[in-house]
Design a protein around this ligand. Structure first.
Ligand SMILES: Nc1ncnc2c1ncn2[C@@H]1O[C@H](COP(=O)(O)OP(=O)(O)OP(=O)(O)O)[C@@H](O)[C@H]1O
Ligand SMILES: [Mg+2]
Length: 286
C-alpha cells in the first residue's frame, strides 16, 4: 500500500494533449470547478489511466479510491501538471485549459500535496510556506517578518492550535507538518486542492486533525480531490466517491446513496452498486 511518488515534481516532457475532434469543443457538463474528461495516460503499452472522467465542484470533496496501481496518482498528476495526459481534456470553470507543468496548474489555482510532503526540514513553517516564492523587501532582502505574519494568518485560519512558528519543521509532529504543507498549498489562492494519501503516515489524533483541515477547506469553498486507501476517511470527508480499477473508472457515486460494502465491491470487483449481488458482498468479508 505504498504509493511511490517522488518527493518533488519531476520536470515533465512537453506532451500536448490530443486535440479535441475537429469542430467540436465539447461543452463541459454541469457547474464544475474542474472537470477532467476522457483522460488517458500510457506508459509503454500500459494504459495507466484509460479514458477516465472525474470532476469536482467548489466546496466539494471527491474521494478518489482504488487498489494499488489503479491509476489514481497518475490521474491526478495530469491535473497537477507533473505528467500531462496523452489524451483527454481538462476544464476549469467550464473552459478548456492546457496544463503542461506544475506552474500551469498553480496559475489556475490547482495545488497538490503529495504523500511525501516535500517540506524543507531545516527551516521553519514560514520558510516552507514561501519556499521558492519568497517575499522580499523593497531593497531585495528576504522579508522574514512579512512571511511569518502571513503564515500566522493562514495558520490561524487552518489550525489555530499551531504555535511552533520558530521551529524547523523536522521537529514538528506529522499532523503539524501536514498543516504546514496545506498552508503552503492554500496560501497562494488555491481553488482546487489535490491530496494524495494525506493521512497514510499519521496516527489517529493527527488523522483527526487532517480531517478537520479538509472540512475547513471545503467550508471555504475549495474543490478537493482526496486520494485515500482509508475507506473510513473517504466516507467521513467525501461528498462523492470516484472508484478506479486497472486504469479505468468503475463509477462515481454519491456517498449518501451507497454503503461502504458497495464501495468495496466497486474497488475490488469493479462492479457498480446495482450490479453487485448480496452473495458477492458477503464474500468480501469471507
Ligand atoms: N512513471 C511510471 N512509469 C511506468 N509505469 C508507471 C509509472 N507511474 C505509474 N506507473 C504504472 O501505472 C499504473 C498506475 O499507477 P498509479 O501509481 O497511478 O496507481 P495508484 O492508484 O496511485 O496506486 P497506489 O494506491 O499504489 O498509489 C501502475 O501499473 C503503475 O505501475
Ligand atoms: Mg498512488
Amino acid at each position: 500500500m505504498t504509493p511511490t511518488l517522488p518527493p518533488s515534481e519531476p520536470s515533465s516532457p512537453a506532451i500536448t494533449p490530443a486535440p479535441a475532434p475537429a469542430g467540436r469543443a465539447a461543452a463541459p457538463s454541469g457547474d464544475y470547478l474542474v472537470e477532467m474528461r476522457n483522460i488517458r495516460v500510457s506508459f509503454g503499452g500500459v494504459h495507466a489511466v484509460d479514458n477516465v472522467t472525474v470532476n469536482v465542484r467548489a466546496g466539494e470533496v471527491i474521494g478518489l479510491v482504488g487498489g494499488n496501481g489503479a491509476g489514481k496518482s497518475t490521474l491526478i498528476r495530469t491535473l497537477s501538471g507533473a505528467r500531462p495526459a496523452d489524451a483527454g481534456q481538462i476544464f476549469v470553470d467550464g473552459k478548456p485549459v492546457t496544463i503542461s507543468n506544475p506552474r500551469d496548474a498553480k496559475a489556475l489555482g490547482i495545488e497538490t500535496i503529495y504523500q511525501q510532503l516535500a517540506l524543507a526540514d531545516n527551516i521553519d513553517a514560514a520558510g516552507n510556506v514561501f519556499l521558492g516564492r519568497e517575499l522580499r523587501t523593497r531593497i531585495g532582502s528576504l522579508d522574514d517578518a512579512a512571511m511569518e505574519s502571513a503564515t500566522r494568518k493562514v495558520m490561524g485560519r487552518l489550525n489555530p492550535r499551531f504555535k511552533n512558528f520558530k521551529s524547523p519543521v523536522k521537529s514538528l509532529s506529522g499532523g503539524q507538518r501536514q498543516s504546514v504543507a496545506i498552508a503552503r498549498a492554500i496560501h497562494f489562492n488555491a481553488r482546487v486542492l489535490i491530496m494524495d494519501e494525506p493521512t497514510a503516515a499519521l496516527g489517529p489524533a493527527e488523522t483527526a486533525q487532517v480531517r478537520d483541515l479538509v472540512a475547513q477547506l471545503k467550508e471555504e469553498g475549495l474543490g478537493i480531490f482526496l486520494i485515500s486507501h482509508d475507506i473510513h476517511d473517504v466516507f467521513d470527508l467525501a461528498d462523492r466517491i470516484s472508484v478506479m480499477l486497472q486504469g479505468k473508472l468503475v463509477g462515481t457515486v454519491d456517498k449518501t446513496k451507497v454503503t461502504k460494502d458497495e464501495v468495496l465491491g466497486m474497488i475490488i470487483m469493479g462492479k457498480k452498486p446495482d450490479e453487485v449481488t448480496e452473495k458477492e458482498i458477503a464474500e468480501l468479508h469471507g
